[in-house]
Design a protein around this ligand. Structure first.
Ligand code: BES
Ligand code: ZN
Ligand code: ZN
Length: 493
C-alpha cells in the first residue's frame, strides 16, 4: 500500500473511507468536526448504537460529504492510555472493512493532543495500514476477490506540531513495516523454494540493496571453521547448509555493537526422530528467526541506529537421508564442547550453539537470538507471546521496554539452574534434550552453555512467529513477530 501524508483539513483529505478514532470519555476532535459536516449524523448513529468508544466496537456512516458519496468509520479505542496494540488493531479493522468493500483508498485521521502522541499515532497508523494490507499471493494464478486498498492517507485532526517530524515518522514506519513484510514473505515461502542457499542468496541481494556487508560460508567453509553441529543437522539433506553473516555499520562511530542470531531451519522434518504429519506441515516456518533478523537488517539503512549490527544466520534443512545424524551420535561443537544428539528434532539448539559461538567471536556488546525453538514454549505461553530468557537483567529490561513501545507480547522465563542436570550427558559434555518438563527452559539452558561472557537475550518465538488463524493485522501464516521490538531496541541504544 502506498502511504500518503497530508495536512489538509479533515473533510478534504479524500479517501473512499475516512477512519477516525473515538476515545471513551475523551476529547474527540475528529469526530466532532465530522459530526458537524454530517449534520450530527455521527452522534445520532452513536446514540442509536449505544456507542461510547468501547474498544473493538465501531460505527459506519455512509452518505454524501462535500457532494461526494463516502463512508466514515468511527473506531472505538477505549478509555485507557492509547498504545500501539489497540491503535493498530483499530486501523487494521478499518482496512479490513475497506478490503471487504473493495475500496481503493483509505484515510485515517490521527487525533492526538500532544506532539509525541501525534508522532506515535502516525507511526502506528502507517504500520497498521501496510501490515493489514499484506497478502502472500505469489503462487496464486488467479486474482483474489479481497483486494486491499492501494492507497493509505494519513491525516491529522489539528495542525501538525512539526510537519518534518511527521514525515520522518512515516518514512521510519514504512521501513519497519517493510521489515515485517520481508519476514512474513520469507516465512510464507515454501521450503521447496527457500533452501538454505536460496535464503543466503536473498540475504546477499538484500545486502547489496541496503548497503550491508555480506559474507556467506558454504559447506566447505563451515567445515573448515569447525561448525560441526550445523553440519550434523545438515547431514540428512542433499541441500547444503550456509552460514550467513551480514553487517550494518552506522555512519559515525558506533555507540555499541549488537549481534542478532536467527534460527534458519528451512524445513524441520525432525530428522530421524521424524515428526508426525500434523506437527510437520507447518515446519517451513522454522526459519522464522532468520526472517526476523533479515527483516530487521532490511530496515537499518533507513532507521539509521547508532549501533553496529551483525546478523548471524545458520541455515539448513533438518531432513532424513542416508547420512543423517543418528540419536546417540556425539558431535564436537565450534566452541569445543561435545554434544550428544539424543533427539534429532531438537536441531535448533544445535545450529544456534555454533552460531552463538561464531557471534561471540565478533565480540559484540550484546547477543540477541530469535528462534522457533520449542513446542514447550507454545504450551507455556500460548501462541501470541514469545518467551524471553536472559543472562542480563538490565539488557532484558531494555528489551521489554522496546516490546512495550513496539506493541509485541513477551514474557520472561527463568534460566532455571535446577534443570541444568537434565542436559548432562553420560558420554559427552551435554546432550540436546532435557527431561519431560520445562522444555523451553532446558533448550535455553543448552544455548547458555555457548554464550559465556556476553550479555544475551534469547527469544523463543515458536508460538507467535506463525498465525494459525488470521487477524485484522495479519493473515494466517508468517507474522513477522519480533522485528518491531528488535528495531525499537536498536533505536533506543
Ligand atoms: N521447530 C521445532 C519447535 C516448534 C514446534 C516450532 C512447534 C514451532 C511450532 C523444534 O525444532 C522442535 O522440534 N523442538 C522439539 C524439541 C524436543 C525434541 C526436545 C519440541 O519442541 O518438541
Ligand atoms: Zn525440530
Ligand atoms: Zn526446529
Amino acid at each position: 500500500m502506498k502511504i500518503i501524508w497530508t495536512e489538509e483539513k479533515i473533510h478534504r483529505v479524500g479517501g473512499d473511507i475516512i477512519a477516525i478514532p473515538f476515545r471513551t470519555g475523551g476529547e474527540n476532535l475528529a469526530f466532532e468536526t465530522l459530526d458537524k459536516s454530517t449534520r450530527q449524523g455521527l452522534s445520532s448513529l452513536a446514540e442509536v448504537e449505544k456507542f461510547k468508544g468501547q474498544e473493538d466496537r465501531s460505527l459506519i456512516w455512509q452518505g454524501k460529504l462535500g457532494g461526494r458519496a463516502m463512508r466514515i468509520m468511527v473506531l472505538g479505542v477505549g478509555k485507557d492510555e492509547l498504545g500501539p496494540i489497540v491503535w493498530r488493531k483499530a486501523v487494521a479493522k478499518a482496512t479490513r472493512h475497506a478490503t471487504a468493500h473493495r475500496l481503493r483508498s483509505i484515510a485515517v485521521i490521527v487525533d492526538a493532543a500532544s506532539n509525541e502522541e501525534q508522532i506515535n499515532q502516525i507511526r502506528w497508523t502507517t504500520e497498521s495500514l501496510i501490515l493489514a494490507a499484506y497478502r502472500f499471493r505469489k503462487y496464486k494464478t488467479k486474482a483474489g476477490t479481497q483486494i486491499p486498498p492501494k492507497k493509505g492517507i494519513v491525516g491529522v485532526s489539528r495542525a501538525a506540531c512539526d510537519a518534518a517530524q511527521c514525515r520522518r515518522a512515516i518514512t521510519k514506519a514504512k521501513a519497519a513495516a517493510a521489515g515485517v513484510t520481508l519476514a512474513r514473505d520469507l516465512v510464507n515461502e515454501p521450503a521447496n523454494v527457500l533452501s538454505p542457499s536460496e535464503l543466503a542468496e536473498r540475504a546477499r541481494a538484500l545486502s547489496a540493496k541496503k548497503g550491508l556487508e555480506c559474507t556467506v560460508l558454504d559447506e566447505k567453509e563451515i567445515r573448515k571453521q569447525g561448525m560441526n553441529l550445523l553440519l550434523a543437522v545438515a547431514a540428512g539433506s542433499d541441500r547444503e547448509p550456509r552460514l550467513i553473516h551480514l553487517v550494518y555499520r552506522p555512519r559515525n562511530k558506533p555507540a555499541a555493537s549488537v549481534a542478532l542470531v536467527g534460527k534458519g531451519v528451512t524445513f524441520d522434518s525432525g530428522g530421524l526422530c521424524v515428526k508426525p504429519g500434523k506437527s510437520m506441515y507447518s515446519m517451513k516456518t522454522d526459519m522464522a528467526g532468520a526472517g526476523v533478523v533479515l527483516g530487521v537488517m532490511s530496515a537499518l539503512k533507513t532507521l539509521a541506529p547508532r549501533v553496529e549490527v551483525h546478523a548471524v544466520i545458520p541455515a539448513t534443512d533438518n531432513a532424513i537421508g542416508p547420512k543423517a545424524t543418528r540419536p546417540g551420535d556425539v558431535i564436537k561443537s565450534l566452541s569445543g564442547l561435545t554434544v550428544e544428539v539424543l533427539n534429532t528434532d531438537a536441531e535448533g539448539r544445535l545450529i544456534l550453539a555454533d552460531a552463538l559461538t561464531y557471534a561471540e567471536k565478533l565480540k559484540p556488546d550484546v547477543i540477541i537470538d530469535h528462534a522457533t525453538l520449542t513446542g514447550a514454549c507454545l504450551a507455556a505461553l500460548g501462541a501470541q507471546r514469545a518467551g524471553v530468557f536472559s543472562s542480563d537483567s538490565e539488557v532484558a529490561r531494555k528489551y521489554f521496554d522496546a516490546a512495550e513501545q513496539a506493541g509485541e507480547l513477551l514474557w520472561r522465563l527463568p534460566l532455571a539452574r535446577e534443570l541444568d542436570q537434565h542436559i548432562r550427558s553420560d558420554v559427552a559434555d551435554i546432550k540436546n534434550i532435557g527431561g519431560q518438563y520445562g522444555g523451553a527452559i532446558t533448550a535455553a539452558l543448552f544455548l547458555k552453555r555457548f554464550v559465556k561472557e556476553i550479555p544475551w537475550v534469547h527469544l523463543d518465538i515458536a508460538g507467535p512467529a506463525r498465525l494459525d488463524k488470521g487477524t485484522h493485522l495479519s493473515p494466517k501464516g508468517g507474522s513477522g513477530f519480533g522485528v518491531m521490538t528488535c528495531l525499537e531496541y536498536l533505536a533506543n541504544l
